[in-house]
Design a protein around this ligand. Structure first.
Ligand code: 5GP
Ligand code: MG
Ligand code: MG
Length: 178
């Protein structure tokens, strides 16, 4: 585990401070409204569970699992729905919570599907944004941290399903995935 991490990029305290900061901004934005928070599995589980503790408006949660094919470290652009939402999002305020946006292909595909279901509003909140990897323009309302072009793991993010339980965001040593 730890021996596979080259560097801790964002530690636990920084993450929790950010959750509190984002929670306040989001609470302000949805004041007087109801909210449905959609967690994109599996990477966003830790972020969404910590984030919603800091959101002070009535909310419901739902989960969606989408996946680009393969187990590699780059997005293929081909996305499939592994698990769809349990509930309808029609006329609801939707906040999509994602772990990291790299090329933007996954979320831009997902936004198209979800917008077609007639939500009242729909916004994206991502813990991490890797703008250097962007292949498609995407409108992201809330960003936790802008990160460099490295492969990151921890706090929900995996490499081949491992490292999700690390409490911080770290850069994976290259020899692990080469
Ligand atoms: P995109 O479609 O924006 O290129 O990729 C989005 C998904 O790719 C993320 O939700 C995440 O699952 C995965 N991803 C992109 N960059 C990283 C990274 O640095 N580390 C990990 N663990 N996953 C990443
Ligand atoms: Mg993800
Ligand atoms: Mg992954």
């Amino acid at each position: 585990m730890k021996q596979d991490i080259k560097e801790v990029l964002i530690d636990e305290t920084q993450i929790q401070n950010k959750n509190s900061e984002l929670g306040k901004i989001i609470s302000e934005h949805y004041r007087g409204e109801k909210l449905t928070v959609i967690c994109i599995l599996k990477g966003a589980i830790m972020f969404m569970s910590d984030l919603i503790k800091n959101i002070d408006v009535p909310l419901e949660i739902d989960f969606m699992d989408v996946s680009s094919y393969g187990e590699g470290t780059t997005s293929s652009g081909v996305v499939k729905i592994i698990k769809d939402l349990d509930a309808s999002i029609e006329d609801k305020n939707i906040l999509i919570v994602e772990d990291i946006i790299d090329s933007g292909l996954t979320l831009s595909y997902l936004m198209k599907i979800l917008k077609s279901r007639g939500p009242k509003s729909i916004e994206i909140c991502t813990l991490l944004d890797k703008p250097t990897g962007r292949k498609i323009d995407i409108d992201v309302k809330y960003v936790g941290f802008t990160v460099p072009d490295a492969f990151l793991v921890g706090y929900g993010l995996d490499y081949s399903e491992k490292y999700r339980n690390l409490p911080y965001i770290g850069i994976l040593k290259e020899n692990v995935y080469r």
